[in-house]
Design a protein around this ligand. Structure first.
Ligand code: M6R
Length: 609
């Protein structure tokens, strides 16, 4: 949450920073701002709303200067307003900074700085940092002033700071909020993530917690906050700028829904071994022995990634025979989880930066469990802090509503099920069956995508409803939950996801002609039970959209609208049944006129607890 970007080099900083902000906008879009060091002054422009409002405010004005910082905000302390927008400046307008994170002791710092005469302009926690640096900068140089200030701060931060008195420098610091330094030929870009860097260079270093980078026009140095020098490895980014662009689609969300056949291929390429009925996962090789001895797996994740975990629970228990628990990462460390070396704590995270999931992993590491990750973002904090893991390789996901990351997470969970299952009781014949059906999934997703026009027509009929119930059972219960999350995120329609068997225990009371349901009802082992549930809804006048298996004519008797998915193994149906639900949400959201890539109040990666 919150995106920060800084530029130092030979080019004009302002256009590069604006472009970087647009790439980071998915992290927050309550307000945006920019500060550029010019001759003897720092120009700062801020605006409430999206980066486009900031651009309008700049209005084509050319801002001179090759060094600058910028920010796109997801508000935590203080409502979205010009004065609460970053960059924040000190009393004299010498030092400006952008911050991503939360300063927990800002109230006490603020009152002690106020007693020393500092004047605060905003309600934010971030502003205390710049005044603290100003205070130390009275006696110390810029770098030492920053280091001293950081020693007093409690909380999390990703920071980029400029100082008019040392104008050829950006200082960046990280604790709990990600920062990537892009190293170009004669320029540097520091940003919250690589999407703002990749246009300039594919050579990056990932700052670790507790590290500070002093970036000058022709060199950089990384130290810890005690000024001890750090040797940093340069990593090559393995994705390109094209992957992060819309490529003719109206929204990133739609592009990413349509990218799913490729994302599933990419997640399984070279890993799914049909001939042996198993999977090979290089990222888990080092822990192969420990995996063989595992007693149980605890999956920790949030939102859509949590629902992927729920599907994983069904797969791993049924086919690998390992007990699995799925926990909201945000609750995990507030219990007293009982962990040991035969327990794997498996984090699932698209961004690899979700604070709740990261803290759950740290809890796992502290308590001696094996920590594993299924992560999409290469080099992210969760990927680095887990003992071992598997990358999704879905490419950058920009739409705030997660789509392709989900199906690629499911694909990796299937690979994991094959790997662990074949180490245990799964037969070669079963492994081969699953692997060969899995091979067909990308094509089958394409078949569903080819029905997008019909799905759009169905969506149109449901724009008028204020509430929708999503129902499913067994493997498709988590898909009902995910379908409901998708529609509420981007269309603001109240939706409840429920296990269909639970409906009769309460939610059925809601049903009438104004409360439609989406029933995920493929031809599987719980099909008949689901049909009974559908009849109970019909008997009460509720409308139904059914997600059913192709060739199932019977279903039409029980539903008002039917979207068909191809036939596959029961355990693989979630990979297919979720796709129409994503499209349905997309067409309802856009049909109601919303910007589905930037739903209100949300941010792509939630880096605060
Ligand atoms: O990056 P992560 O997978 O850790 O993110 C977890 C959730 O914040 C995320 O899935 C969120 O629920 C999405 N907006 C869902 O579309």
């Amino acid at each position: 949450m919150c995106g920060i970007v800084g530029y130092i080099g030979k080019q004009k900083a302002a256009p590069i920073l604006i472009e970087g902000l647009k790439r980071l906008e998915y992290r927050g879009y309550d307000s945006a701002g920019i500060s550029i060091i010019g001759k003897n002054k720092i120009t700062t422009i801020k605006s409430v709303g999206k980066v486009s409002s900031l651009e309008d405010k700049i209005g084509g004005k050319s801002i001179a200067g090759n060094v600058g910082i910028a920010h796109t905000r997801w508000a935590t302390h203080g409502k979205p307003s010009d004065k609460n927008s970053h960059p924040h400046g000190d009393c004299k307008g010498n030092i400006f900074l952008v911050h991503n994170g939360i300063i927990e002791n800002y109230i006490e710092l603020k009152s002690s700085l106020a007693k020393k005469g500092h004047k605060f302009k905003s309600e934010t926690d971030s502003e205390v940092i710049v005044h603290l640096i100003e205070e130390f900068n009275k006696k110390l140089d810029f770098k030492n002033a920053v280091l001293e200030a950081l020693k007093l701060i409690k909380g999390t931060y990703g920071l980029a700071i400029i100082n008019k008195k040392e104008p050829e420098k950006i200082i960046a610091a990280r604790l709990g909020s990600p920062l990537v330094l892009g190293i170009g030929g004669d320029e540097y870009v520091i940003a919250s993530d690589a999407s703002a860097v990749v246009r300039h260079t594919n050579q990056v270093i990932y700052l670790e917690d507790g590290e500070v980078a002093v970036i000058e026009k022709d060199n950089y140095e990384v130290t810890d906050i005690k000024d001890k020098s750090k040797n940093k490895k340069i990593t090559k980014l393995d994705w390109s700028i094209e992957e992060a662009e819309k490529q003719g689609f109206d929204h990133f969300m739609l592009k990413e829904i349509f990218e799913q056949p490729k994302a599933i291929e990419d997640a399984t390429r070279g890993r799914l071994v049909v001939s042996e009925g198993t999977a090979k996962l290089g990222g888990l090789r080092d822990v192969a022995d420990k995996l063989r001895k595992l007693d149980r797996i605890i999956i920790v994740s949030c939102g859509t990634s949590y629902y992927a975990g729920l599907v994983g629970e069904y797969m791993l228990e049924e086919y690998a025979g390992i007990p699995v628990e799925v926990e909201y990462a945000s609750e995990f460390r507030y219990r007293k989880p009982i962990l040991d070396e035969k327990t794997a704590v498996l984090a699932i995270s698209q961004s690899g930066e979700t604070a709740d999931t990261l803290e759950a992993i740290r809890e796992g590491n502290n308590k001696g469990a094996i920590t594993l990750g299924i992560v999409n973002t290469v080099g992210s904090t969760i990927a680095r802090e887990t003992t071992a893991g598997v990358y999704n390789h879905a490419g950058p996901e920009i739409g705030v509503a997660s789509t392709k990351a989900f199906t690629s997470q499911l694909s990796v969970l299937i690979l994991l099920t094959l790997l662990l299952g074949r180490q245990r009781q799964m037969s070669y014949v079963m492994g081969k069956r699953i692997a060969s059906e899995m091979k067909k999934i990308p094509k089958q997703v394409e078949e569903i995508l080819s029905q997008s026009k019909e799905i759009k027509k169905i969506a149109k009929k449901y724009l008028k409803y204020k509430n929708i119930l999503y129902l499913g059972r067994k493997y498709n219960e988590p898909i009902a939950l995910e379908g409901a999350l998708k529609i509420k995120e981007i269309s603001y329609i109240h939706a409840e996801g429920y296990p269909s068997g639970e409906m009769k225990h309460g939610p059925i009371a809601l049903i009438d002609e104004n409360f439609p349901s989406v029933f995920v009802v493929p031809k599987d082992s719980v099909y008949e039970k689901n049909i009974s549930g559908m009849q109970e809804i019909k008997a009460r006048g509720g409308k139904i959209i059914a997600i059913a298996t192709e060739g199932d004519k019977e279903i039409k008797k029980h539903a008002d609208d039917v979207i068909y998915i191809p036939k596959t193994l029961e355990m693989l149906t979630p990979l297919l049944s979720v796709v129409p639900l994503q499209l349905l949400a997309y067409y309802v959201g856009t049909g109601l006129g919303y910007d589905v890539d930037k739903p209100r109040n949300l941010a792509k990666s939630v880096t605060v607890e």
